[in-house]
Design a protein around this ligand. Structure first.
Ligand SMILES: [Zn+2]
Length: 377
């Protein structure tokens, strides 16, 4: 195994005691977990985990997720699983019931593959790594069971979901200990049986993990995050934003355009103010203001810009009833748009149409804007 450092840190080993304390007799513990989300009127989604330990009032908990994590039911279930494992003694036989299969599948089917590949590219690696380490630190068996509809276990899981729902409404997120129990993880990826792609990805992750984004990139990410919350009610992480800039619905040139937009790497506005004799290129000839990407795509008075957005809106309204507001955030974050039908199911076709319409319209405006011929991509 090659050594690779990771995000969660190992807890120091507790000092050994000279005289062993009396160990309580092992028990069989059943814990019911649930993860849920809450979307208030302000549309900022929050997620929380709920756990209920059978026959123990003190084991009843609801906790909001750390804001740095994706606020989804999927991630909340992992946090609930972590809390469930920590709620039982290491010698107790533990059975965890959930209405969802997430934790069950992650720990039973995917864990060995993730460990073999050194957790490279695994989303929510922090909480999953913790969950796996806590599982290994246990000395007694742990079972994950899916609570089938109509069973008493499902009813108790619903009560756990109620706890989570209440916790999700809390004004601030809860404190979570994401340190690992000692001697439970061997960090790194196996040199045997891994693909070259995994090694490259691992090296890239390692090299870039301490690189903080530039201030202008951070501003763009924040603008996208707020726009996505506003328009689609989704709380997204930086990783989600980067991933969404290269979804398969975009052509390579539009994906590159969005990626450069997030990095503030297009040659306009302040880019030219630093170059002698090119200062005048920083200004929009039409509006006589500093010409940044937001101005070109959203605010400029040039007729071309308006025509493109009007056409995009008209095309959209042939299929849908509401055209989300066009802002730099919704343009750069169009890959994160989410549209659901009355039953709550994601409308894939509509999502794809929106992604293509937004990215292609913005790219077209960019191309016909006054910035070329200096900018060609
Ligand atoms: Zn202008």
């Amino acid at each position: 195994m090659t050594h690779r450092t990771g995000e969660p840190k190992e807890r120091p080993e507790p000092p050994s005691r000279r005289r062993a304390r009396a160990v309580p007799a092992p028990r069989e513990v059943k814990v019911y977990i649930a993860g849920t989300t809450h979307t208030p009127l302000s549309k900022i989604v929050t997620a929380a985990a709920g756990i209920l330990v059978e026959a123990e009032d003190s084991g009843t908990t609801g906790k909001r997720l750390p804001i740095a994590y994706e606020q989804s039911q999927y991630v909340a279930e992992f946090f609930a699983g972590l809390e469930a494992i920590r709620s039982a003694g290491k010698e107790d036989t533990l059975t965890i019931f959930s209405a969802q299969r997430y934790v069950h599948d992650a720990m039973n089917k995917k864990l060995s593959g993730w460990e073999h590949e050194g957790w490279v590219g695994v989303r929510h690696c922090g909480v999953l790594l913790c969950l796996a380490a806590e599982l290994k630190a246990r000395k007694a068996p742990t079972f994950f069971k899916v609570a089938a509809p109509g069973t008493p276990a499902r009813t108790i899981c619903k009560r756990a979901a109620g706890l989570a729902k209440r916790a999700a409404k809390a004004p601030i997120d809860a404190e979570w200990d994401l340190t690992l129990p000692p001697n439970t993880t061997l960090r790194g990826l196996s040199l045997q049986g891994n693909r070259q792609k995994t090694f490259y990805r691992s090296i890239r992750e390692e090299k870039t993990k301490n690189v903080s984004p530039r201030a202008s990139t951070r501003k763009k990410l924040e603008a996208v995050r707020m726009a996505v919350i506003d328009a689609f009610g989704r709380h997204v992480s930086d990783a989600d934003i980067w991933r969404a800039a290269s979804v398969k619905d975009f052509l390579p040139r539009t994906a590159q355009f969005l990626w450069k937009g997030l990095h503030n790497a297009h040659r306009n506005g302040t880019y030219w103010t630093h170059i002698p004799e090119c200062e005048d290129r920083a200004m929009c000839k039409e509006c006589e203001v500093l010409e940044d990407l937001e101005h070109i795509l959203v605010d400029c008075k040039s007729p071309g810009r308006e025509i493109v957005w009007k056409a995009a809106k008209a095309l959209w309204l042939e299929k849908e009833t509401q055209w989300p507001e066009v802002s730099l955030g919704t343009i750069l974050g169009c890959g994160l748009a989410e549209f659901r039908d009355d039953g709550g199911k994601v409308k894939r076709g509509t999502q794809r149409l929106y992604r293509i319409l937004m990215s292609e319209s913005a790219y077209l405006i960019w191309r016909v804007s006054k910035s070329p011929p200096m900018e060609t991509t």
